[in-house]
Design a protein around this ligand. Structure first.
Ligand code: ADP
Ligand code: MG
Length: 143
C-alpha cells in the first residue's frame, strides 16, 4: 500500500488510522532518513491507540513505554545504538513478543533482529513533488 502526503498533518492522520486498527503484538518497523516524518507518523499512531500523553523521540533511552492507550505502546528510536547487542540489554525481544504494539524508528539499523512478521513503513521524500511531499509505503512481511 502506498500513501502520499503533502503535510505533517496528513502523515499524522495516516499513523492515526494505522494505530486505530493496530492489534496486540503488532510490530511497526519505520525506515526513512532524518527529518522525513517518522516521529510525526509515530505521534499519529499513538493518538490512534488512544494515548493522550505527548510522544516525542526517546532521547536518553532507547525505548519509551506508554500505558495509557487501548494497548501498551513501546516506542523505540534506535538511531544512536552502536551495536544490536544493546537491544538485548533493554529487553527488545520481550517487548516485540509481548502483547503491546511496538514501533521502531530507524528499524533498518537493527534489521537482523527484527521479527519476521512486521509491518514495514518506509517514508521517502521526493523534492520534485514539493518540500512537504512524502511517500509512505506500507508492507506486511513474514506472512
Ligand atoms: P524523523 O522522526 O523521521 O527524523 P520528524 O517526524 O521528527 O522526522 O520530522 C519531520 C519533519 O518534516 C517535521 O518538521 C515536519 O513538520 C516536516 N514535514 C513536512 N512535510 C511533512 C509530511 N508530509 N509528513 C511528515 N512530516 C513533514
Ligand atoms: Mg524521529
Amino acid at each position: 500500500m502506498v500513501i502520499e502526503t503533502r503535510s505533517p498533518e496528513e502523515t499524522f492522520r495516516t499513523g492515526e488510522e494505522l494505530g486505530r486498527n493496530a492489534s496486540a503484538g503488532q510490530v511497526f518497523a519505520l525506515i526513512g532518513d532524518l527529518g522525513v516524518g517518522k516521529t510525526v507518523f509515530t505521534q499519529g499512531l499513538a493518538k490512534g491507540l488512544g494515548i493522550e500523553e505527548a510522544v516525542s523521540s526517546p532521547t536518553f533511552t532507547i525505548v519509551q513505554v506508554y500505558e495509557g492507550g487501548r494497548l501498551p505502546f513501546y516506542h523505540f528510536d534506535v538511531y544512536r545504538i552502536g551495536d544490536v547487542e544493546e537491544m538485548d540489554e533493554v529487553g527488545f525481544d520481550d517487548y516485540v513478543m509481548g502483547d503491546g504494539v511496538s514501533l521502531i524508528e530507524w528499524a533498518d539499523l537493527i534489521r537482523e533482529i527484527l521479527p519476521e512478521k512486521r509491518t514495514e513503513i518506509r517514508i521517502e521524500k521526493d523534492l520534485a513533488q514539493g518540500f512537504d511531499y512524502r511517500k509512505i509505503t506500507v508492507t506486511e512481511t513474514g506472512d
